[in-house]
Each structure stands twice: as structure tokens, then as C-alpha cells.
Design a binder for this molecule. Sequence first.
Ligand code: TXA
Ligand code: MG
Length: 340
Amino acid sequence: METLCLPAGEESLKLACDLLRQGQVVAFPTETVYGLGADALREDAVRASFAAKERPADNPLIVHVADRRQLEGLCRVTDTAEKLMDAFWPGPLTLLLEKTLAVPEVTTAGLPTVAVRCPQHPVALSLLRQCGLPIAAPSANRSGRPSPTKASHVYEDMRGRIPLILDGGDCRVGVESTVLDLSGETPCILRPGAVTAEDIARVAGGCRVAASVMHPLREGESAPYTGMRHRHYAPRAKMTVYVGAGERVAAAILARYDAEENAVILARESALPLYGDRRVYSLGETPEEGARLLFRRLREMDEAGASLILAQGWKAEGKALAVMNRMARAAAFDVIQLPD
Ligand code: TXA
Ligand code: MG
């Protein structure tokens, strides 16, 4: 199959809608990462998206909608969910809600809940409005690869597998949406994103973060978040993340770098001069910049053939939780905590 990669515009959007209505798979930009869209209510379309990604069938998809009205008939919207939608939609917040029979089991991997989100990107919104379908969209990477934050990343992973990629430029947020479980008394974050626990608590009166966000599952422990069972955000290189006072982190990274062959450094912009002429990549300065750049840097460092990534992280809290969750997973939880 030939894969077209077209700038998002009137004509390419129309083509995307036609393809989606035929049950085909189309990649499109959202404010978080690129998604691999398919008609959420059509089993064959959803299966095609699982196949293009090589995604295990037991990992459910997020259903994207143009607005709240489109949820009618798909799920039961609770009062807390209403409040959260008022505050954060359109935006990077995914809610888990009890599903109706209208949503096929393939979309939710047999779960009784469906994940729903209204994205904030103008191209995603135009596409959803124009095609009028709820769109199931996992991140548009091949399973196990870092999520795509540029159209060229999608092309690398999906070339020959899907008919169309809509190019809407670089994604603003850079890590996937916050996934929020609303089944308990207090909302619980299963995957942290740009909408933080503090943001949610202000609206919902409280918010927990699942322990599995920063810790590997223990033997025999069941995954609260189905995505946890699967390998994620894995660069080809091994990776270690260092957190703590800047000069201590730099000293630890330098010692390790100089003792290894073929290592690269991923560090705060302001720390780059500390590493002299070693192979170093910038993660920006703030946790938000880090989130925007991380997946792109992981791809670049893989391309450069690095075998070890030595990364400077942030303290895993507040706005930094999202980027640190991805860094910890990319490093298979090899996170070294140095004194502050
Ligand atoms: O920002 C995002 O959320 C992006 C863009 C494209 O919208 N999408 C995305 O989709 O990250 P995906 O499929 O890569 O990640 C969705 C995660 C999966 O790991 C899945 O396990 C979890 O959400 N999920 C989906 N439905 C669920 C459900 N009913 N219960 C628990 N977890 C669910
Ligand atoms: Mg994904």
C-alpha cells in the first residue's frame, strides 16, 4: 500500500474523511501525539488499526470525539466526568466511563469501560467534525516504539501500512493524554499527562496517582492500567535516568559516560556546557519542554546508533510526572536518585 503524507488542508481532510468512512485507517495530529484513527464503531476498521500498529489485541483504544454530545449512546457520563469535561475539554484528558453495547468489544479489548477524549488540535477537531464519526485512535507508532510527535515519525513507522498521514506539524504537548479512572470514590490517574493530579483535584475534589505510574509492577500484581502490561516507550539503547542536584547528576553522568563506549547524554539545556564536546542532546529546560522533546530525542538517539543513554530527569511530581513516567519506562525503571 502506498502511504500519502499530505499537509492538513481542505482537500486532504476530505480524503481523510472518505477513507475513514470506508473503514480505513488514517493518521492525524493531536496536541499530544499523532493518532492512528479508525471508525470506533466498526470492528473491521478497529482491527485494521491494531494490525497496522502490531498492537496486542488486549490493549484497548481511546475513542476521540468532536464534543461531548457525541458521547451520547456510547457511555454513561457521571457528574464528576461532566465537571472534568467542562474544565479540560478539548484537551489532553482521557476519561474511562462505563460503555454501552454500541461500542464494539475490539475497541475496548473486552473491558466494560471505554476511554474517551476530545482533542484540542485544530486538525483533529476539523477531522472529527467533518467525518462525524467517533474515532478510535491509539498513538500512531508501531507497538513498542516511542509515540510520534511529528508526521515524519509516523511515516517511519507506518509507511506501507496505512493510506494517509495528515501532517499538522509538531505536537505541542509531546506525551500522551492523562488517563483517568473514575470508577472509585476518588479519581485515579493511570497514565500521567499534561493535565496534572493537582489540576484534577481542584475540579473533582481529590485525585490519586496509581502506584504503577513510577514503579514497576511486582510479581503477581495485576495491572490497573491495561497498557502497563505491555513494553512501552522503549528506545533500542539501554537507558539510565539520574535525578537530583544538577552538579551531582552531571558528575555521575560524566563518570559513567567516560567509562562506556557509545554512550549519549540527554540533559537540561542549561547543563549542556558541563558536558564539553561529548555527544549530548537537549531536553529543554522545563518539564513541559522535556515532555515535548523526549520521544523525538529517543528516536534521534536510536538513529545515531547509541547503545547507552544517560539522562538527566526531574523530580517525579506535579508537571514533571508525565515526562518522568515516560523516562522511567524508557529506562525500564533504572532511575537513580541522587541527593538534592
Ligand atoms: O494522547 C493520547 O491519548 C493519544 C492521542 C492519539 O490521543 N492516544 C494514545 O493512545 O496515547 P494509546 O492507545 O497509545 O494509549 C491509550 C492507553 C492504552 O495504554 C490503554 O491501555 C489505555 O489507554 N486504555 C484505553 N482504554 C482503557 C480502558 N477502558 N481501561 C483502562 N485503560 C484503557
Ligand atoms: Mg501508545
